[in-house]
Ligand binder design. Structure first.
Ligand code: Q9C
Ligand code: ZN
Length: 341
């Protein structure tokens, strides 16, 4: 299995987030990707390759083009106003307020975000583009006949909506990849999101579509971020009814219950018979993750990879979350090793 990786993720560094009411260094930091790369390369699964440039058109297949424009122009707009970096949104609408794109940068920043989890520094936009190219190059590998590939995306993507950033996510790399598979001729694509947090962006993007099955195993939104989506009764709408599935699990969940949810989700994927599976691979389900409340241990990730492999389908792994930096490499590499065994 090849890994797609770009050092351009380093441009997204030194940024901050709001945590417990304090501005703190972001948990989503460059060391994460470097720990993963080191662990995966040490196991010798296959070559690490650089992404190919795919441009912005594949991003606008799932994102509002005005949102992509906003991301591309934000830092320029901000600096033109002689403001210091970093950029952090802090104004949002309540239901009942209008959905009209403001002309000024503070207004745009609120219009195109849903929380303060997406901080911009000078290299953030370049890192975002590289991350999407990493996912799209993973798509290319599978289209060229590889049975699996690992897109080592950073920043992550699954919280990003068609027109809003949040939760450390700007462009929804897994959604962009799934749509690229569809556009290249795949009839059906399944997205299996095993990150600790519900993939609210991915769910919303495909909610009314039957051609992309979206299944999520995650912290119950009654307790956990993103709080306002990810309940079990969200099954899809219109043509998409029956093609979204959520497995919300309580804080403290261990691999016994988590693995049962995965097994159930995998049976659903198999019944859907997709041409390809995109795995949104977050390892923030780990027992020592600093911002998460599940209790998976490192050997459990071997079993996760093994269960996904039993589907016998072409599989693109797309990196999402995981914040226990000292263990993130082992946990991701264990997932991939379990898949390859
Ligand atoms: N106490 C990903 O894993 N912070 N994003 C929530 C709640 C946001 C996680 C804090 C977590 C976003 C890709
Ligand atoms: Zn997460």
């Amino acid at each position: 299995m090849k890994t797609v990786y770009s050092p351009r993720h380093h441009g997204h560094s030194g940024h901050v987030e709001l945590y417990n009411g304090q501005i703190v260094p972001a948990f989503e930091k460059p060391e994460r990707a470097e720990m993963i790369r080191a662990a995966v390369e040490a196991r010798g699964f296959g070559a690490t390759i650089a992404p190919a440039e795919h441009g912005l058109a594949p991003l606008s297949r799932v994102h509002d083009p005005r949102y992509v424009d906003f991301l591309s122009q934000l830092t320029e707009l901000w600096l033109a106003d002689e403001r210091p970096l970093p950029i952090l949104p802090s104004f949002w609408r309540a239901p009942g307020m209008r959905y009209i794109e403001p002309e000024t940068v503070d207004g745009k920043l609120g219009h195109f975000s849903f929380d303060a989890g997406c901080c911009f520094v000078a290299g953030t936009w370049d890192a975002i583009r590289a991350s999407a190219d990493v996912a799209l190059t993973g798509v290319d590998l599978i289209r060229a006949g590889e049975s699996s590939a690992f897109a080592l995306c950073r920043p992550p993507g699954h919280h990003a909506h068609a027109n809003a950033m949040g939760g450390y996510c700007f462009i929804n790399n897994a959604a962009v990849a799934a749509q690229a598979f569809r556009d290249a001729g795949a009839g059906r694509v399944a997205i299996l999101d095993v990150d600790y947090h519900h993939g609210n962006g991915t769910q919303t993007i495909f909610y009314d579509r039957a051609d992309v099955l979206v299944l999520n195993i995650h912290g119950d939104p009654r307790q956990e971020y993103p709080y306002f989506l990810g309940h079990a009764d969200e099954i899809g709408a219109g043509d998409g009814e029956g093609f979204n599935g959520n497995y919300p699990l309580r804080w403290g969940t261990g691999f016994d219950a988590w693995g049962e949810a995965l097994d159930h989700a995998c049976h659903r994927v198999a019944a859907y018979a997709p041409d390809v599976v995109v795995v949104s691979l977050g390892v923030d389900t780990y027992k020592d993750d600093p911002i998460s409340q599940f209790r998976l241990d490192s050997p459990d990730y071997l079993a996760i990879g093994g269960r996904i492999a039993r589907l016998g389908l072409p599989t693109l792994f797309v990196q999402e979350g995981g914040y226990a930096v000292e263990a993130i490499g082992v946990n991701v590499a264990n997932t991939l090793e379990g898949f390859l065994q």
